[in-house]
Ligand binder design. Sequence first.
Ligand SMILES: [Zn+2]
Ligand SMILES: [Zn+2]
Length: 365
Amino acid sequence: MGKFELGRNEKCLCGSGIKYKYCCMGKQDEPETNINLTKKSQIDKMIKAGRFKHCIHPNQNECSENIIKAHSIQHNKILNNLSKDGMLIMFSYDFNNNNDFFINYKLIGKKNSTTFTGFCEKHDKITFQPIEDKNFIGNDKQNFLFAYKAFAYEFHKKLEQLNGYQVRFKTKPSLAKDIDFYLNYLGVELGLNDLVYYKEIFDKSIMENDYSNIETFIIKFKGSSKIAVCTGFILVYDLLGSKLIIDELSIERQKLIFLNLFPQNDETFVLFSWLKEDTEHYINFKNQLLEASEKQQISILNNLIPSYSQNTVINPEFFDKLTDIEKDNLTKVFNYNFDDNNYNLIKKNLIIDSSYNLFKNLNID
Ligand SMILES: [Zn+2]
Ligand SMILES: [Zn+2]
């Protein structure tokens, strides 16, 4: 396992940028302050410690002073619509009595749901005006902005994750010998390196008002969904089960898909976006999805959403009407993401009939 240990000449995991041997090597762990906390409180604390505020907009000269909690899913148009008494259903982590990690649904206040501190007030407002204040008509700029928002959310989340690991390492340098910690750290760092490539492309598009670098295809359903999604992910398999993820040992970057799903008036829009240069990579997926019947498309979305996106909000009244079995089965798929044995079960079979329907109210069959 030697190669999975932090080497003396590698960059220190505290984020200093200095070699480990000149930085935290040999330092003592600080006394644990978390010992009496529940596991959930410990993780909450680590997530909180990783949080930071900055603006990722490329035009840093024009930033306003205050960084706000920006909503990844539009507040006025979508969250207001889907919430009930200011609350929404979301899926987040918890621990059972045996201290086992799992994902469960809970009511979350609209104000704090889907937010991230990745934009200053000014840039959040002016950048996303064309999708926050105007109806979606699917022009290039709107399509680009939906993809950009999903990217910004994922990018900021990754930065905070890495920061969380670094803050933790600073207080506990002995984690250098903890293989799980080291591998998780490397995984986040690798993902972030890929995202930096995307940031350059998004930045350039924004500065030059050129939105042609992003390709989006749109599926539309009649009826207004009781759910909304904003996320970016690496599709592991296409709809026929062919592997799409890039081999881990390859130096090639992973190819992200950005997914936005939202109701507008009496329609539901589903936007899949990627870099134009990745069109070839995703062409089969796109064609398979477009050739599927409406009913199949609904099934695919039912499988795909919990397999890939925790940044999903559901109207509480609609959720209440699902049967207990449906709620259980849906929760299971969210949990497969953290379960090695079932990780690919649904991801590899996105086309199978799902045992719950997140789009029941659309009456598609
Ligand atoms: Zn260090
Ligand atoms: Zn700014």
